[in-house]
Design a protein around this ligand. Structure first.
Ligand SMILES: NC(=O)C1=CN([C@@H]2O[C@H](COP(=O)(O)OP(=O)(O)OC[C@H]3O[C@@H](n4cnc5c(N)ncnc54)[C@H](O)[C@@H]3O)[C@@H](O)[C@H]2O)C=CC1
Ligand SMILES: O=C(O)[C@H]1O[C@H](OP(=O)(O)OP(=O)(O)OC[C@H]2O[C@@H](n3ccc(=O)[nH]c3=O)[C@H](O)[C@@H]2O)[C@H](O)[C@@H](O)[C@@H]1O
Length: 437
């Protein structure tokens, strides 16, 4: 099937490449000429495992093209909207201007029978607001909403083999047409028994908001437990293990630490609360504000813990910050707890040297004032304290004996509770966990 994807960022580029890998003919469109030039040349504009090789393969097979010219969508049967929906500056609500612009840019190029499919995460009510535009422009096209649940770091696999597919469809014949087209797009996953939930626009939009709200709540719940563990001497990692054996709770997303960041969970819970308030149901989601506060508190608490461990102040102390990305296997530093902590420490007068296997360049663009090290050895050299904030494999597997030979003072603060405390202590380190002794 011929498919277009508008917006070739973390979501759209992966979507375009993955659909081409599944055998579709795909054109990716973006307003960012530099991004398009990179993609067209077979280079991923961001780090995502497996993306670049799949991109090169699809380009080589002639099934994938990239352009800034939206007219190139002509002839595609399905048009995915994958543009950003960032938080509005100074507000909690989502900025939908990119979605509106993308839909409007498509209108002159649609043919009767086309299906426009929203993938971006949007406040409930957005699809119902946009659908009449397709009718007014007499395009003969229909609108569906098909939220995306991929995780960065696993994005290609999550797109090719999702754990569920959700369609928000219009009623009547239009819905039947949209469903038929989407079933064709996802024929491989459906053939592999992936559950499909076909529903109305509002439910589909809400599934996405609710999923991210639930994940954020799970993380903030365990981080609230970490706060209590800190003052009682309990161990939050053992607590999480014990809770996780209860099948109804489950162990995943119960890792306490510096909390959640990224381009999605933080902005999505804020947009959800803003939308609930617009709908007169602010009370229903008031708890999400608390989840946000717990989450942000973890960052400042880690900074305090580092200061405490250094005798009260970080001023002029050399601190090696291990990690900048919001999670391992990504170069994404949008609302990253790790980068935020590095900036806070620097603001308190610490001599911060930060390193990350993939996110140094993305961090430098936002915070050129920080000092970055290309590798672990340089970051650890002479450090008064080491702070682990993104649990990359190379940091989890750091050898405490080797690291001890490099630092000035063997003090480690484990912001992700990911190291073996006994092993580090046995190697002569002062180990500080985050919600565990
Ligand atoms: N990053 C992720 O893992 C996931 C993101 N989402 C959602 O997907 C959406 C996109 O997120 P990201 O890809 O992370 O953002 P992003 O910022 O990486 O990418 C958005 C892209 O859209 C482009 N764009 C803006 N206006 C355009 C227009 N009128 N026409 C064509 N392209 C345009 C931008 O230049 C940019 O390349 C958001 O709603 C996000 O919440 C959903 C699931 C996963
Ligand atoms: O809407 C989105 O964009 C996506 O947001 C998240 O995916 P992602 O942001 O890639 O990353 P996650 O694996 O969810 O991690 C988010 C943050 O939570 C943190 N986290 C995760 C798990 C945990 O136990 N503790 C914890 O602090 C991570 O370090 C990271 O900062 C969701 O998991 C995806 O399903 C969703 O599609």
């Amino acid at each position: 099937m011929r498919i277009s994807v508008l917006g070739c960022g973390y979501l759209g580029a992966v979507h375009a490449v993955s659909l081409a890998a599944l055998g579709h003919d795909v054109v990716g469109v973006d307003v960012d000429a530099q991004k398009i030039a990179q993609l067209a040349a077979g280079r991923s504009p961001f780090y995502e495992p497996g993306l670049e090789s799949a991109l090169q393969h699809a380009l080589g097979a002639g099934r994938l093209a990239f352009t800034t010219d939206v007219a190139a969508v002509r002839g595609a049967r399905v048009h995915f909207i994958a543009v950003g929906t960032p938080q509005k500056r100074g507000e909690s609500a989502a900025d939908l201007s990119f979605v509106d612009a993308a839909v409007d840019s498509l209108l002159p190029h649609l043919n009767a029978g086309d299906v426009v499919v929203g993938k971006s995460t949007v406040p409930v009510g957005t699809a119902a607001r946009l659908a009449p535009r397709l009718e007014t422009a007499r395009t003969g096209a229909v609108l569906a909403w098909n939220p995306e649940f991929l995780r960065e770091g696993y994005a290609v696999n999550d797109t090719i083999a999702p754990d569920r597919i959700v369609y928000g469809l219009p009623s009547g014949e239009a819905g039947v047409r949209a469903r038929r087209a989407l079933d064709e797009v996802y024929a491989v996953a459906i053939g592999n028994d992936t559950p499909v939930v076909a529903t109305d626009y509002a439910t589909a939009e809400l599934v996405k908001a609710a999923a991210n709200a639930f994940l954020a709540t799970k993380i903030s719940f365990i981080n609230a437990m970490a706060e209590i563990a800190e003052v009682t001497g309990a161990d939050v990692t053992q607590l999480a293990d014990a809770l996780g054996f209860d099948q109804r709770i489950g162990r995943r997303f119960l890792n306490a630490g510096v909390g959640f960041g990224g381009g999605c969970l933080p902005k999505d819970i804020r947009a959800f609360t803003a939308r609930a308030e617009e709908l007169g149901r602010g009370d229903s989601l008031a708890f999400l504000r608390e989840m946000d506060s717990i989450n942000l508190r973890r960052r400042s608490r880690l900074v305090e813990l580092v200061a405490e461990a250094l005798g009260g102040s970080v001023y002029e102390k050399k601190i090696a910050v291990l990690g900048l990305a919001f999670k391992p296997d990504s170069d994404d530093v949008r609302d990253s707890p790790a980068l935020d902590i590095a900036v806070q420490l620097k603001g308190l007068g610490a001599d911060v040297v930060a390193t990350d296997p993939q996110a140094v360049e993305t961090s430098r663009r936002l915070h050129p004032q920080l000092e970055y090290a290309a590798g672990l050895e340089e970051a650890l050299d002479g450090a008064d304290a080491v702070v682990l904030v993104t649990e990359w494999k190379q940091f989890r597997e750091l050898d405490p004996a080797w690291a001890r030979g490099l630092v000035g003072t063997p003090l480690i603060v484990d912001g992700r509770n990911t190291l073996d405390a006994d092993r580090w202590r046995a190697a002569g380190w002062t180990y500080r966990g985050f919600g565990r002794p």
